[in-house]
Design a binder for this molecule. Structure first.
Ligand SMILES: [Zn+2]
Length: 382
């Protein structure tokens, strides 16, 4: 007989919930499963993005703010285009002691284990709240969890203060990660025929000065090292990732746009580097006729959770050793911190295979995760 967590994972992998596609069916499936287990379930569809849903499910007493536990995971997966898979990425396939499929590790495996584990508990006996938060579009900037934050800021409701995010960590506890912020700088000039450049103002020349200011800031940031014990690159990295300007080789360009990304360190406010760049640009002399504007396109906040919260104590016996460390990737935990929720990242599967072809989870790891969810929820909420 197929193990129930494997059956659940098989169903979940079968929904091709790549971030650019609708994922209502998978959200509905997890909502049904939560309801069947005894949760009060809300499905929140994003009015601006039809087919994109967060699932919030509640069980246990409603009048114990701060206590209890939240379990969180994202329902979307990264694309498979351009990757060579040896089996259909959306059909869970066994290869020796592994199960292959897109999202098996990142992170439908944990969600399937949680759903299965909770089926085995009598939630009517909960002494503290248990909340599930399954999100959409984590892979494209933690969009779903940002919506959850908006929702609770508009209509505050008590939530547990501790959250377990089951991203694949090979059962190591991670308590921090950098964020990612994208900003756009547009330089505007005036177009003219290139035979009469004095009649125009080159936006590309203006952009040159923006990029110089950026390079100086990048060098400055590289000297501000922090959290060296935890991070490979213990400073804010900055990258001009895309640039576009001009329309013809014989025209003076009237506009040039650059998209810049930077990664705030754990504990850094997301807007810090943006503010510093703005200040630098205000002190940069632009070519006559050129102006610039700067706007934030997207911000995924960094996360920094203090050592020693109760959840850490409950995960430690299941952990494969080592001090709580830093994740190189961002998670929904950065957004959840905005609601006063402290998260730890801990789950089955490996981030090394997460976005790769033939992504897999070990059958044994999936199975162990079921028992871990039960142990932790029993200890924290019963
Ligand atoms: Zn993930």
């Amino acid at each position: 007989m197929t193990a129930p967590e494997r059956q659940t994972l098989e169903r979940m992998v079968g929904f091709p919930t790549v971030s650019n596609r609708p994922m209502r069916e998978l959200a509905a499936y997890t909502a049904e499963r939560a309801e069947a287990a005894g949760f009060r379930v809300q499905l929140h569809e994003d009015p601006d993005r039809p087919g994109k849903c967060n699932v919030l499910a509640y069980a246990g007493p409603e009048d114990a703010p701060g206590e209890g536990l939240m379990l969180s995971g994202h329902l979307d997966v990264v694309p498979v285009e351009g990757q060579t898979w040896t089996s259909d990425p959306f059909v869970l396939t066994q290869r020796e002691d592994r199960l292959l499929g897109r999202g098996s590790s990142d992170m439908k495996g944990f969600i399937a284990a949680a759903i299965t584990g909770l089926d085995g508990l009598d939630l009517s006996k909960l002494q503290a709240p248990l909340v599930l938060a399954w999100t959409h579009d984590e892979e494209v900037g933690c969009v779903g969890s940002a919506r959850i934050v908006e929702l609770f800021k508009q209509e505050p409701a008590p939530l547990p203060k501790e959250c377990w995010i089951g991203e694949p960590t090979d059962f190591r506890i991670l308590r921090m990660h950098p964020g990612h912020v994208a900003i756009e700088v547009v330089v505007r000039g005036a177009s003219a025929h290139s035979s009469k450049p004095d009649l125009g103002a080159s936006a590309i020349k203006g952009m040159q000065r923006v990029l110089t200011a950026l390079e100086v800031l990048e060098a400055e940031l590289a000297t501000e090292r922090r959290l060296e014990k935890y991070l490979d690159r213990p400073y804010v990295t900055l990258n001009a990732g895309m640039i576009q300007g001009g329309s013809a080789v014989n025209m003076v360009p009237d506009a040039c746009t650059v998209l810049i990304g930077y990664r705030p360190l754990p504990g850094d406010p997301p807007d810090d580097v943006e503010r510093r760049l703005r200040e630098r640009l205000m002190n940069t002399k632009m070519p006559s006729g050129c102006t610039w504007t700067l706007r934030q396109v997207r911000a995924t906040p960094a996360m920094l959770t203090k050592e020693g919260m109760p959840l850490q104590g409950l995960l430690t016996p299941h952990c494969c050793g080592g001090e709580p460390a830093a994740a190189s990737f961002a998670t929904d935990g950065g957004n959840l911190a905005d609601l006063g929720i402290s998260s730890l990242i801990f789950g089955p599967g490996s981030i090394d295979v997460a976005h790769a072809p033939d992504e897999y989870i070990e059958i044994q790891a999936l199975q162990r995760a079921v028992g871990m969810v039960q142990d932790v929820v029993r200890a924290r909420c019963f």
